[in-house]
Write a protein that binds this ligand. Sequence first.
Ligand code: CMP
Length: 148
Amino acid sequence: MKTRTFTIIKPDAVAGGYTGKILDMILADGFTIRAMKMTFMNRNDAARFYAVHRGKPFFEALSTYMTSGAIVVALLEGEDAVDSLRRLVGATDPRNADEGTIRRMFGTDLTRNAIHASDCAENAEKEWKQFFDEKEIVEVDYSPCSFE
Ligand code: CMP
């Protein structure tokens, strides 16, 4: 069944010039982009987005890092979207991620791990609603055959 998930290409990956390569991997995996933009987080945005991690030892470093540069946020649709994207993204620590995953290819360590992928459908919806208004979500089918 087609479902939706949310992703952030993080500051290290955007600054490293990997945005196109990461999007290529996501599209090659069968996802459709329903909304996307380049933006940034301020400290309040990061505190809201990572509220579940507030108080944890890595929260300050995570927040500093996520506000350090441009990010690309996207709402994705695909078969079993949350689990499929998490498989493609790989383990949280790039050093433990499987060969061929996005974090293994483009991440460095637990903080600079290149990409975020929502952990469940409920959180995905909360997360994309932090970045996108309803009118920014493309609901029409734009696959090549829809132009024939
Ligand atoms: P992300 O998928 O964005 O969700 C929370 C982030 O916290 C995670 O990726 C990591 O970048 C970051 N993080 C830093 N240290 C840890 C840790 N020890 N355990 C889990 N996440 C961590």
